[in-house]
Design a protein around this ligand. Sequence first.
Ligand code: NDP
Length: 495
Amino acid sequence: MSLPRYDQFINGQFVPSVTGEYFPLINPETGEVVAKIANSVGADVEHAVEVAKTAFHQTNWRTDKAFRVQCLRTLAAKMRAALPDLVAAESRVTGRPIREMQAQLSRLPEWYDYFASVVETLEDTVPPFGPGYLNYTVREPLGVVGLLTPWNHPLLILTKKLAPALAAGNAVVIKPSEQAPITVNILAALIKDSGIPDGIVGVVHGYGAVAGKALSENNQLGKIDLTGGTPTGRSVAAAAGHNLIKVAAELGGKASVLIFQDANLEEAVNGAVFAGYIASGQTCVQGARMIVPESMYDEFVEAFVQKVKQLRIGSPLDVNTDVGPMVSERQLNRVLDYVNIGVKEGAKLVYGGTAIAGNGWYVRPAVFTEVTNEMTIAQEEIFGPVVCIMKYRTEEEAITIANGTEFGLAMSIWTNDIRKAHRVASQLEAGVIWINDHHRINPSSPWGGYKDSGLGRENGIDCYKDYTQVKNIIVNTNPEPFDWFDGTGQAKRYS
Ligand code: NDP
């Protein structure tokens, strides 16, 4: 049986790479090759950027805001209609349970609608300048923007970048993860159907170290925006520094979940398990570090493990599944290696952490207790279903533990004490803090990290502005003649 083929999307057409080569895409549930993906190389990336640059300059995309708004709203509607196909494909490729993908993808059209509304409502400024002048600013697009996206939330993360980039009038070239390319091609077809001019959106595939690197180093870009690991973030930001272009980087995380004594135990446990095991822990804001008062530690651990034991492991396409497979064999082995490290360093593995025999890359959700903050499993991003439960005695100690990592993407606080909630939130070093919640996101609500978790913010008006550059237009309205060299110039200029 011939495998379905997924090509690059350049100038509104699906086309093979210049090499004519393809690489295999593997189903994480079964381990079988299910599709072949165009293996884009540097020459493909260069071509895609050239095409995008031409479309940027030769179409009305960058100048006609009303047209952009109409296309974005059409795209939102087309995504809503295509939701069942997108959800099934995203679930199959990533191994993420279909219920999760349904919940996540059903919200994505909101991003295109939201940023269309930003275009319709954001006002430019008229900064003070003094008499005899009209002074105003306009926001213009940057040109061609490169988008590098990971495999864990392929469409969500792409949408967070694509919606504001397009709304601002840019052209884009996307390099999705080699492990999750299919839904990006489905989206490309919807983009074409929405009336967005050919060439404004390009998609190249291929490997990060080849196609991704070539995109990040391309000197025709106006901005590069990556979501990925912190090491990739450093190299992409270095290339952007060399080319003197804007960079945004949403990077790794190791989120703490701070539980306080006054929290309702059942609510806190439900929230903590949700924080830790959604996406089988393969998410940058995974609640990987539970920080629990010593006085309620045993009770919390017992209820937490009880809840984890009830999670249903199974096919991602089964609506009853809570935990699907890891995305790849490499990710499965990474999780198993960290479980071994945790045991060797003296943490207590109280549940799970073993691979499940058979097809696919399944691992039982792992729970470690007796973890201390300097242990590797408490510090490094595992990106899998491994949760550490740590103890504290005082509020101050809880905050110190929570802030005691190099990451600073997100954290959650579980308490019913309103003063404590805000007092603690103000001291946490992270870009997103949830109080009595976790994982919640909205197109208008800034998303991004402190410390090594990244640069810049997704979502919201600041993100839109980051996809633009400001032009200042200074208009001399004074009718009096001016000649610097006739002897009156100095008095007129500086009076
Ligand atoms: P990677 O950093 O490996 O890859 C991210 C993207 O960059 C992929 O498209 C990848 O391509 C590409 N890439 C890889 N190497 C390079 C390179 N040298 N130059 C340019 N591009 C490159 O991350 P993962 O895909 O493994 O995703 C997981 C990471 O993403 C985790 O660290 C996670 O925390 C982070 N993340 C952050 C989020 C946030 O909002 N802050 C949200 C979700 C994830 P390819 O896959 O083909 O190698």
